[in-house]
Design a protein around this ligand. Sequence first.
Ligand SMILES: [Zn+2]
Ligand SMILES: [Zn+2]
Length: 334
Amino acid sequence: MTPPTATLVDEDLDVAESPVAGSTITRSRDVTEVKVVHGGDRKKGGEQIALFLFIAIPFVALVAAIPFAWGWGLGWRDVVIATVMYAIAGHGIGTGYHRYFTHGSFKARRPLRIALAVAGSLAIEGPVVRWVADHRKHHKFSDKEGDPHSPWRYGDTVPALMKGLWYAHVGWLFDVEQTPQAQYAPDLLRDRDIAKVSRLFPYLTALSLLLPPIVGGLWSMSWQGALTAFFWGTLVRVGLLHHVTWSINSICHAMGERPFKSRDKSGNVWWLAVLSMGESWHNLHHADPTCARHGVLPGQVDSNARLISWLEKLGWAYDVRWPTPERIAAKRAD
Ligand SMILES: [Zn+2]
Ligand SMILES: [Zn+2]
């Protein structure tokens, strides 16, 4: 097809005298003028940066608003509810969906297996089988053609990386093409309990949304308590965990240290370690995907690994693939 702008401008010039085409001319002018105001058919690098800032700054502002909100719609009760829900859903993703279901870095007794699928579902990042299929495909093609969410898919210039980061962060979620689950997660589809948890995802989503206001309301015995718990314990908690998880796909494949050998651009990003519960030691993870601990170097916080060690002590998790010093040394990039 002919680019619309060029056609409209030509029409504008050619038929300016014709009364019959009058209405067309008026419309054409409007469209042309609007396009000029918005800077043409292609977004420039500066516009992309502005777009990013408009998306990022309100989010940062929300976090910065916390000290101001204290005592007016935010108190310890909301913090406790939000933190507990964040920890349950976040470890459900890190320990459950990711390290256990995707990579099999340990084995679990059946009640724990089901509990991990349920806990991960509370993060509202999709049903367990779909999440696992996408993530296995990500490892198979990491940062190459076929990776569902590589920030490098448009190239490695600054504008291409900006576009790619956006795609890796959230854009890929809107892709209508889905990872074939039968091909990437046949083990989970065969498991009737897990397939059922996956099917119940809409109900678990409702539970995740409603649990904070119910607890907040009963705890305070007030509607106000239910409302503030819904704001912080549901909306802010879900939003924050989403962005942290997505940052592993975007930020941790674009920056960070690479002390280990991996065939992609995965990096260790220290400032996401606490919020991501150890998932941001992503370079080690791609170097040794089945390892139960991602933060293998001294001082690397990894609360998912801590949780797995507790579950192992309880006897609920077993055959855990803990890293050995020899294995870590062999994976070093040097
Ligand atoms: Zn990755
Ligand atoms: Zn992984």
